[in-house]
Write a protein that binds this ligand. Structure first.
Ligand code: AMP
Length: 276
């Protein structure tokens, strides 16, 4: 695997190898099998796969979260090599940003719903960094996880606004055997937290099992009650949303997704599941 830390290096290399189908997987690192499933999927449809590891400061609304974000670069490199990733792009902050850079993109209500409400500015930071990374890598296809469902819609919207020549591919959520969605933040969970965190996937499964039986109002209410009843869990939201707009689901919604976020101890986790 080639490892590049500057734009110049990676751009020169990509130019030299010529016209190849490039699959791109941007990450914040602390890689787990969820990330690696994206690399594997990207390997299947492309000539080469580029993964980026960049803990992007502009998407963190909480400085403590940024500071505590895990950065195990050596083991990340070993994991990427083991799945035959071709290129790792691992730039420092000054390689990506100039001082006092400004960015704002109007992505409509997607910016303010759900995650946007609890993480103000988060999606501006996400679009800012993904735009820059796409400009550097110029991939054929961009692989992102359903785990961050709203992020996928936000980036798709940006791709549409700028008419970027990249295909968006959504990859399914990888879970631990007991149901917990894999996340780099799971390493902050104590053994007890980890047990309590199972309530997220349990509740999503319960809502899915009852989706044809109960109405949306009752499903959301009972789901919030289930989450609140679990010790150590503070739910932020549980919503059944239209899979395209993330507005409340209605009769004309062709896909409906249940999305949730909760604090478990000091750790904030998100999860979601497609209903129809
Ligand atoms: P992150 O490093 O958390 O920014 O994640 C990088 C990419 O991996 C994003 O597209 C995520 O949606 C995706 N991802 C994170 N966790 C999972 C998971 N459990 N299953 C599948 N994809 C995931």
């Amino acid at each position: 695997m080639k490892i590049f830390t500057t734009r110049k290096q990676i751009q020169e290399y990509l130019l030299a190898i010529g016209n190849k189908k490039i699959g791109f997987v941007p990450t914040l690192g602390a890689l787990h099998n969820g990330h690696l499933s994206l690399i594997k999927q990207a390997k299947q449809g492309n000539d080469i796969v580029v993964c980026s590891i960049f803990v992007n400061p502009t998407q963190f609304n909480d400085p403590k979260d940024l500071e505590n974000y895990p950065r195990p670069i050596e083991s990340d490199i070993a994991k990427l090599s083991a799945v035959d990733c071709d290129i790792l792009f691992n730039p420092g902050v000054t390689e990506i940003y100039d001082d006092n850079e400004q960015w704002h993109l109007n992505i409509g209500q997607l910016e303010f719903l759900l995650e946007g409400e609890f993480r103000p500015g988060h999606y501006q930071g996400v679009t800012q960094v993904v735009y820059k990374l796409l400009d550097i890598v110029k991939p054929t296809a961009l692989y992102m996880g359903q785990k961050d469902y709203q992020q996928f819609l936000v980036v798709s919207k940006m791709v549409e606004i700028f008419k970027l020549p990249v295909k968006m591919v959504m990859c399914p959520i990888e879970r631990e055997p007991e149901g917990l969605a894999m996340s780099s933040r799971n390493i902050h969970l104590s053994a007890d937290d980890r047990q309590h965190a199972l309530i997220l996937s349990k509740t999503l499964n319960w809502v899915k099992a009852n989706f044809d039986i109960k109405n949306v109002y009752n499903l959301e209410l009972e789901a919030m009650n289930m989450l609140q009843a679990e010790p150590g869990v503070e739910p932020e939201y549980f919503e059944l949303a239209d899979g395209k707009t993330l507005l409340p689901a209605n009769e004309s919604s062709q896909t409906i997704v249940a999305l949730t976020a909760a604090r478990i101890g000091k750790t904030r986790l998100i999860d979601n599941m497609l209903m129809v």
